[in-house]
Design a protein around this ligand. Structure first.
Ligand SMILES: [Zn+2]
Length: 215
């Protein structure tokens, strides 16, 4: 039997972030509970000095707010879904993340089922689409997640002409990997990593899952 794959700290955090228990996190990563537990006991949260396993157990046991939520504004998803809360004061990235992590929508393309994760930061390329074109209407029958391809086919342009021109221009790139700007985390993801003191870790060359150079 092949040895199980090592789990990076980022992968642990991503899985913890999306699930409510270590067991669910293991399912999420497609590894065994024991295997994940070992790594979660090994990695420490810089801010509190506790291991990720201790943090997870605290969350599960006492129902205290998730350590990743930090000082950011708290809102109830139900208020947003039934239209009693104006979404304008929250980042759409955070709302999308909450919709997925709290199980309101599946993290996959509603049309083709695409749900592949980018290895470098574990993100799935999905775009939230509002059927009635009102981007404040988060009622569940109004929102859909599309992959980039299906969004292009059924909804509209994914990139503006300017962005596409920039991607396809005649510049000769010296690196074979995507440019730093293409791999940069969005402000919301970056903020969450910073809260945990992990913003340097995402550039860790020792991480076997960091296949992309950040130089
Ligand atoms: Zn699709």
């Amino acid at each position: 039997m092949p040895a199980p794959k090592p789990i990076s700290k980022e992968m642990c955090l991503a899985a913890m972030d999306k699930t409510k228990s270590t067991k669910a996190a293991a399912r999420y990563l497609g590894c065994s509970y024991q295997h994940l537990r070992k790594y979660m006991a090994m990695y420490k949260d810089e801010k509190t000095g506790k291991t990720l396993l201790e943090l997870q157990n605290n969350q599960a046991g006492k129902g205290i707010p998730k350590h990743l939520s930090g000082k950011s504004k708290i809102f109830k998803m139900e208020d947003l879904l039934n239209g009693t809360l104006d979404p304008s004061s929250f980042s759409q990235e955070k709302i999308k993340y909450k919709l997925i992590s709290e199980g309101y929508i599946e993290e996959e393309c509603c049309s083709c089922g695409f749900n592949e994760r980018r290895v470098v930061d574990y993100k799935v390329p999905l775009i939230l689409h509002f059927k009635d074109k009102n981007k404040k209407n988060y009622q569940l029958d109004n929102i859909l997640l599309y992959c980039y391809n299906c969004y292009f086919l059924y909804v509209g342009e994914v990139f503006s002409k300017k962005e596409l021109k920039h991607i396809e221009d005649h510049t000769i790139l010296t690196e074979t990997t995507p440019s730093k700007s293409e791999m940069e985390l969005d402000p919301y993801h970056l903020k969450r990593l910073k809260e945990l003191g992990l913003d340097d870790n995402i550039k860790d060359d020792n991480d076997p899952y960091t296949l992309v150079s950040y130089k």
